[in-house]
Each structure stands twice: as structure tokens, then as C-alpha cells.
Design a protein around this ligand. Structure first.
Ligand code: NAG
Ligand code: NAG
Ligand code: NAG
Ligand code: NAG
Ligand code: NAG
Ligand code: NAG
Ligand code: NAG
Ligand code: NAG
Ligand code: NAG
Ligand code: NAG
Ligand code: NAG
Length: 403
């Protein structure tokens, strides 16, 4: 509206193609956009309102503010043929009719948010976006993400895109949150170059490949996926917790070079996981260990320190607590509680870390598995509640995000 000052005729010829315009604009019709087509650089925000059907931002190459298009049911097409950079936010949100998003020259933007786009199949980003602060794609009908090839980003969150079947990212690092959830049921997620991520959450995904990840700075979690295997062949350290929970089809977990987990370590309710033996080098766990399921063995051959408590609970008849009882005897477990339950045997011990003395209801139990059953049961209540408390602490962050 402010730009009605600009002569429309001139704008259309592009005669003023190098002009810089400083202001913000609220767009309710194409003529509002035509009014700024002579501004090659637009310093300000462009916000849409009203009931525009198609929108074309001609002329603008650089937008130093935000481009915000929200909640316009009539909008079916938006294009910006010459726009190269958006310094601020690029938001397309709640646009039920939007089926064309054409930004053929766009290479950089700030925070990109594409949310609730129920008629969109794909983005037309021919040049490819190589720089963005964050990328959120949620609740869309897109089938693929092409034209986005970021090497680094603070946040990547792709959730609730039921038709999205392929996700292949060039990312090298994600400095804050990487969250993937609820894509098409047969999605394949590939991060061939990813070296580190701060906080990574994988949920409702059927396949993920992380061949080059060496570090997770904070939490790594795999919940409720249909993954058959989880393999992190180069991952050495996890700065927070590792959680692998409720993955019904999971049969193989492989972290061959993982040495330390600074937070808690939880493997629970993976109904088809019969063996927890994919952590051959894991030496230290900074929080608690919680393994619950129907596994025949749970072996951490190189474990030397667990700073929290340990809860091992298997429903398998095959499972044997002896290696965990050994670990407890050798003071590998520094936390205030230890419990190991197999289908046939249970050992439960409350350890009082501060005094160094322990209330060991199954002193004799650790000698033979048979007597563990007898004395273990008498203390299992106290042991279990001690564990509940410590596990709530260690895993609160992880658990609460799934509640
Ligand atoms: C979207 O716009 C309609 C009016 O056009 C309004 O009633 C509704 O509250 C808006 N929704 C959101 C989420 O802003
Ligand atoms: C667009 O952004 C990129 C990356 O921020 C920058 O290198 C380039 O110079 C910008 N181009 C223009 C025309 O401002
Ligand atoms: C994997 O990461 C290393 C650094 O850790 C890097 O040198 C190498 O190029 C990466 N490989 C690929 C395929 O990105
Ligand atoms: C990790 O990210 C999830 C969202 O994806 C968040 O709920 C959780 O609190 C984050 N955890 C940490 C330790 O930052
Ligand atoms: C995460 O860890 C990697 C590898 O150790 C490191 O290069 C990176 O700076 C860390 N990032 C953050 C946000 O701490
Ligand atoms: C997973 O386990 C269930 C029973 O718990 C079984 O019916 C199913 O076939 C198993 N699936 C796989 C992939 O092993
Ligand atoms: C588990 O996966 C790893 C890595 O992909 C592989 O080397 C190993 O053979 C698999 N184990 C089983 C029992 O399939
Ligand atoms: C595992 O499943 C049991 C029974 O369904 C449930 O009570 C428990 O909360 C689950 N644990 C986790 C960590 O999801
Ligand atoms: C764990 O059990 C599986 C069978 O369920 C077996 O193949 C594997 O060798 C066992 N691993 C260890 C370390 O005992
Ligand atoms: C558990 O394994 C230990 C050592 O391998 C063995 O001595 C013990 O008899 C086993 N206990 C059961 C109940 O199978
Ligand atoms: C796991 O998936 C089931 C079925 O898809 C869903 O009902 C449940 O809410 C999910 N749980 C979490 C923690 O996302």
C-alpha cells in the first residue's frame, strides 16, 4: 500500500530494476506486489492477508526481511521468479489450496517454515537452497523434498508428512535439533554426510542410514519406529542420553565403536530385539542403564563405569543375570540401585553410594543365581522403587517428549 507511490507503469517495465525500497508491505492483491516490482532489493517484511488467489513477486532479488504467508485459504500459487535471498523468515503456513510454490532462483533464507500445506506435491526450488538457519516441514502432502541442499542448519524438523517417501540430506551437521517423525510408512532416510548432531529424535520411520555420524552432543532417541535395524558404525560419543524404545520390528542394533554415553542408556519394549550385544566398546554410561524387554542376552563387554543405577528386566527364559551380577560386584555400577530380573531369576540391590556401604539383600545371591531368587524377591519392592526414582530423573526429558 505504501508503494502505491511508485508509478505502476515504470515498475512493470523494470526500468527501476536496481532500486532499493525500504519499508514493509502487507499484500492483499497482486497489484500490491506489482507495486514493488521495481524494487530489486526490498528492505522490510512482506506479509500476506486477505483472499488473494495467485501471487507473483516479480523483480525482487533480495528481501532483507521476512516473507510471511499464513492462513489464506484462497491462495493456490505463489512464485518469485527472481528472488535469490530472503534474510529473514520464509513462512508458508495453513494454505489449504496452495499447489504451486515456485522460487527458481532462491538460494538462501533464514528460518524456513512450511506447515499445513494440504494441496502441495512438491516445491519448485530449481537453484536449490544452500543456506538456512532452520527448516521445518510439517503436516504437508509433499512426496519429496528436492531443491534443499543445506550443509549445516540449526534445526531440521520434518514431521507429519504422510506422503514423503524419500529423504536424502546433504547435511554435515545439525547444531540444535534434528527431528524426523511420521513420514510415509515406507520412508527411507539417508544422511550420507552427517558427522554430528546435537539432539536427534527419530520416530515413526522405517529406515534410516547414518553412516558417517561420529558424535551426538546431546540426546539420541529412536522411538516407535518400524526400523528393522539401527546402525551407527562410526558413532563414538553421545553427550546426553541414548534411548531405543518401542521399535517393534527392530532385530539388530549396532554401535560398534561407541565408547561413552554421558547420560542415561535405555533400551525398552523393542519386542523383536532378542539380543543387546551391539555395543562392544561401550565403557562408560554417565546416567542410569534401563534395559527392559524380551532379550536373551544383554552384554556390554567393555563396561567399566555406570554412574547411575542399573535396571535389567528381561522376560526371556534364556536370559541370565550373571554378567550383571559380576558387574555389580566389581563396582562397575556406581549409582544407588541395581536390579536384574530374568524370567526365572531376580536380583535386587539398593546401594548407598554416599557412605560406600550397601544394603545388599542378595549378598549370597550374587554368588549363585539360584539363591538370588529367594532373597531377591524380599527386597525387590524397595529396589524397584529406588530405581523408579533414579530412572525418572535420568529419562524424564526423553520420556516426557513421548507422553
Ligand atoms: C484463519 O483465518 C480465519 C479467517 O479467515 C480465522 O477465522 C482463523 O482463526 C484463522 N486461523 C488461524 C490459525 O489463524
Ligand atoms: C545471498 O546470500 C548468500 C548467502 O548468504 C550471499 O553469499 C549472497 O551474496 C547473497 N546474494 C545477494 C544478491 O545478496
Ligand atoms: C565423513 O566424515 C569425515 C570426518 O569425520 C569426513 O572427512 C568425510 O569426508 C565424511 N564422509 C562423507 C562421505 O561425507
Ligand atoms: C531434544 O529435542 C526434542 C525435540 O525434538 C526436545 O523435546 C527435547 O527436550 C530435546 N532434548 C534435549 C536434551 O535438548
Ligand atoms: C558437537 O560435537 C562435534 C564433534 O565433537 C563438535 O565438532 C561440535 O562443535 C559439537 N557441537 C555442539 C553444538 O556442541
Ligand atoms: C515381531 O514380533 C511379533 C511377536 O512379538 C511377531 O509376530 C512378528 O512376526 C515379529 N516381527 C519381526 C519382523 O520379527
Ligand atoms: C547387525 O548389523 C550390523 C551392522 O549393519 C551387521 O554387521 C551385523 O552382521 C548384523 N547382525 C545380525 C545378527 O544381523
Ligand atoms: C514398556 O511397555 C510397558 C507395558 O506396555 C509400559 O508400561 C512401559 O511404560 C513401556 N516403557 C517404555 C519406556 O516405553
Ligand atoms: C546373544 O543371543 C543371540 C541369540 O539370541 C546370539 O546370537 C548371540 O551370539 C548372543 N550374544 C552374546 C554376546 O552372547
Ligand atoms: C548363568 O551363567 C553362569 C555363567 O555363565 C552359569 O554359571 C549359571 O549357571 C547360569 N545360570 C542360569 C540360571 O542359567
Ligand atoms: C506409537 O505408535 C502408535 C501407533 O502408531 C501410536 O498409537 C502411539 O501413540 C505412538 N507412541 C508414541 C510415543 O508416539
Amino acid at each position: 500500500m505504501l508503494f502505491t507511490l511508485l508509478p505502476l507503469a515504470l515498475a512493470a517495465t523494470g526500468a527501476l530494476a536496481s532500486s532499493v525500497c525500504s519499508s514493509s508491505l502487507t499484500v492483499s492483491s497482486q497489484s500490491d506486489l506489482d507495486g514493488i516490482s521495481s524494487c530489486s532489493t526490498f528492505k522490510g517484511d512482506i506479509t500476506f492477508e486477505g483472499s488473494i488467489a495467485t501471487a507473483t513477486l516479480t523483480g525482487i532479488e533480495v528481501l532483507t526481511g521476512d516473507l510471511i504467508v499464513k492462513n489464506i485459504t484462497t491462495l493456490s500459487s505463489i512464485s518469485a521468479p527472481s528472488l535469490v535471498n530472503i534474510s529473514g523468515a520464509f513462512t508458508l503456513e495453513i494454505l489449504q489450496s496452495l499447489s504451486v510454490v515456485s522460487f527458481p532462483k532462491l538460494t538462501s533464507a533464514g528460518d524456513i517454515t512450511f506447515v499445513t500445506l494440504n494441496s502441495l506435491d512438491t516445491f519448485q526450488l530449481d537453484a536449490g537452497i544452500t543456506e538456512a538457519t532452520s527448516l521445518i516441514i510439517s503436516d504437508t502432502t509433499i512426496t519429496s523434498i528436492s531443491g534443499i541442499s543445506l550443509e549445516t542448519v540449526e534445526t531440521l524438523n520434518i514431521n507429519n508428512n504422510k506422503y514423503l517417501t524419500t529423504l536424502n540430506f546433504n547435511l554435515h551437521s545439525v547444531s540444535n535439533i534434528l527431528e524426523l517423525s511420521s513420514t510415509a510408512s515406507d520412508v527411507t532416510v539417508t544422511f550420507p554426510y552427517l558427522q554430528w548432531a546435537n539432539n536427534m529424535t527419530i520416530q515413526d520411520i522405517s529406515s534410516v542410514t547414518l553412516p558417517n555420524v561420529t558424535a551426538i552432543n546431546s540426546t539420541l532417541s529412536f522411538t516407535n519406529n518400524t526400523l528393522k535395524s539401527i546402525s551407527c558404525p562410526k558413532l563414538k560419543t553421545i553427550g546426553g542420553s541414548l534411548a531405543i524404545v518401542s521399535n517393534d520390528k527392530l532385530t539388530n542394533v549396532s554401535f560398534p565403536v561407541l565408547k561413552s554415553i554421558s547420560g542415561g542408556f535405555q533400551i525398552a519394549n523393542n519386542t523383536n530385539l532378542s539380543s543387546i550385544d551391539g555395543f562392544p566398546l561401550l565403557a562408560s554410561v554417565g546416567g542410569a542403564i534401563d534395559f527392559v524387554g524380551d532379550f536373551d542376552n544383554a552384554t556390554l563387554a567393555k563396561l567399566t563405569t555406570v554412574s547411575g543405577g542399573v535396571n535389567i528386566d528381561s522376560t526371556s527364559e534364556e536370559f541370565n543375570c550373571s554378567s550383571w551380577n559380576e558387574a555389580e560386584k566389581d563396582s562397575v555400577i556406581r549409582g544407588d540401585s541395581y536390579q536384574c530380573k530374568a524370567a526365572s531369576v531376580s536380583t535386587s540391590i539398593s546401594l548407598v553410594a554416599s557412605t560406600g556401604s550397601k544394603t545388599d539383600s542378595s549378598d549370597t545371591a550374587t554368588g549363585t543365581d539360584a539363591s538370588a531368587t529367594a532373597t531377591g524377591s524380599s527386597s525387590s519392592k524397595g529396589g524397584a522403587s529406588a530405581i523408579e526414582v533414579s530412572f525418572l530423573g535420568a529419562f524424564a526429558a526423553v520420556l516426557f517428549q513421548f507422553l
